[in-house]
Design a protein around this ligand. Structure first.
Ligand SMILES: Cc1cc2nc3c(=O)[nH]c(=O)nc-3n(C[C@H](O)[C@H](O)[C@H](O)COP(=O)(O)OP(=O)(O)OC[C@H]3O[C@@H](n4cnc5c(N)ncnc54)[C@H](O)[C@@H]3O)c2cc1C
Length: 372
């Protein structure tokens, strides 16, 4: 039967789920509080399409990535940059995996991994880098992805609205009433939906708090992703030193620059959403932050491993709140969060730890037979 579905959040997850329901014959409205879609975490990230390599400490996340990578690359072929070489480097100091362990891990997950060419090895400081591997991993262009998703929404019957914050949800008859707030005029109205999907990532607890629904335990980090101009030798190269307190520099296609992130300096600080603690709105916290760049620390540390990185020219930083499940802290896993009927019948919370997790989210939604 045709249902009325409200999607809260116009990031990649909200847009994809909206298209899915619209194509299944339901009436769908997407509400996004910003002026444009995919302007929060779906833009402010490293743009890596994970293919498993990043997760030697979580075999499940690695294997799920291996499955979703080819699907994502195939479905979003026009939004992908696969014209650069991606290298994973293993440090012989402080690393959580050795070169041998990494090779065995790649073998176990069936991911291609070859010794890197000599010209790449020559870029490294051999007293700190044990091995360099050539791997298969790409980047996505977040602007192209947004435009692709907007095109798909236009082609479906979904309606979408920007500048609208959904503040509250409450049970009403067989469905739900949500409170919409125009972020400019502050005008409010309540609208009915049979199902509401809360796809607001770091902001997932905002609606819950305002609606007196139990919060979901989450860990937040205030993050800085630097965008840099790399020397010519690195223009078509991505480098990730792992696994431990290291860094990555790789193409960021939507800006024509490279992203530069560091495990120690990208997260500036962290906090947790817990029921027993006062709630902090992550967006308010991000706006209030002074945003003092840690670029010089990142650069200085990275140069020890790859001296050429000292020649990177800093352009600007992307600041965002990164949200993970508290249990990801120990093994760096990235499962989806899916809470059907969270606190209210018909109210569902969905969060993907990474972009390609959209397939896990879609499968979880289908498996629950939520909307029939
Ligand atoms: C620093 C960093 C690096 C990352 N690197 C990678 C990477 O390399 N590869 C990868 O796959 N993933 C990466 N991720 C994770 C990835 O960005 C997220 O998994 C993904 O973007 C989540 O998409 P989303 O649609 O759930 O969230 P978002 O894109 O944040 O979308 C949520 C939307 O909800 C809107 N919203 C919030 N509250 C309300 C409300 N009350 N009413 C209406 N709208 C609302 C927001 O404005 C926002 O547009 C990274 C994340 C960060 C922060």
């Amino acid at each position: 039967m045709k249902k009325k579905i409200a999607i809260v959040g116009g990031g990649f997850f909200g847009m994809y789920i909206a298209e899915f329901f619209s194509r299944s014959g339901h009436t769908v409205d997407v509400y996004e509080r910003e002026k444009t879609f995919m302007s929060r975490a779906s833009y402010n990230n490293q743009a890596r399409i994970h293919n498993g390599y990043h997760y030697p400490r979580s075999i499940l996340t690695a294997l799920r990535s291996r499955m979703s990578f080819p699907r994502f690359v195939d479905e979003f072929r026009n939004c992908i940059d696969d014209e650069f070489e991606q290298y994973y480097l293993i440090s012989n100091q402080l690393g959580k995996v050795t070169a041998n362990q990494f090779l065995k891990f790649c073998d176990r997950i069936g991911a291609a991994c070859e010794p890197a060419p000599t010209y790449v090895q020559k870029l490294t400081n051999p007293s700190l880098i044990e091995a360099c591997f050539s791997v298969t991993e790409h980047a996505f262009d977040a602007h192209k992805l947004r435009d692709e998703m907007l095109g798909r929404l236009d082609a479906s019957s979904a309606d979408y609205h920007t500048g609208i914050s959904v503040d509250k949800v409450r049970q009403h008859q067989n469905g739900l009433l949500i409170t919409l707030r125009d972020v400019v005029s502050e005008g409010q109205e309540e609208v009915y939906a049979d199902h509401v999907f809360n796809c607001t990532y770091s902001h997932i607890n905002y609606m819950l708090k305002k609606s007196n629904i139990e919060l979901i335990s989450l860990k937040h980090e205030l993050t800085e992703m630097c965008l840099v101009d790399v020397p010519d030798e690195l223009k078509k190269i991505g480098l990730t030193v792992m696994c431990g307190p290291f860094f990555s520099v790789m193409p960021f296609p939507s800006a024509g620059l490279h992203s530069f992130s560091h495990v120690l300096y990208t997260p500036h600080y962290e906090w947790f959403d817990k029921n027993e603690s006062p709630y902090t709105d992550p967006y308010v916290k991000l706006n209030a932050d002074q945003k003092n760049s840690a670029w010089n620390y990142m650069r200085k540390d990275a140069m020890r491993y790859l001296p050429i990185l000292g020649e990177c020219r800093y352009q600007r930083s992307l600041w965002e709140v990164k949200t993970v499940l508290p249990r990801s802290e120990s093994d760096d896993s990235r499962p989806i969060l899916f809470r059907p009927h969270h606190g209210l019948r018909g109210f569902h919370c969905v969060m993907g730890g990474k972009i390609d997790n959209i397939y896990d989210a879609r499968e979880a939604i289908i498996a629950q037979h939520l909307v029939e």
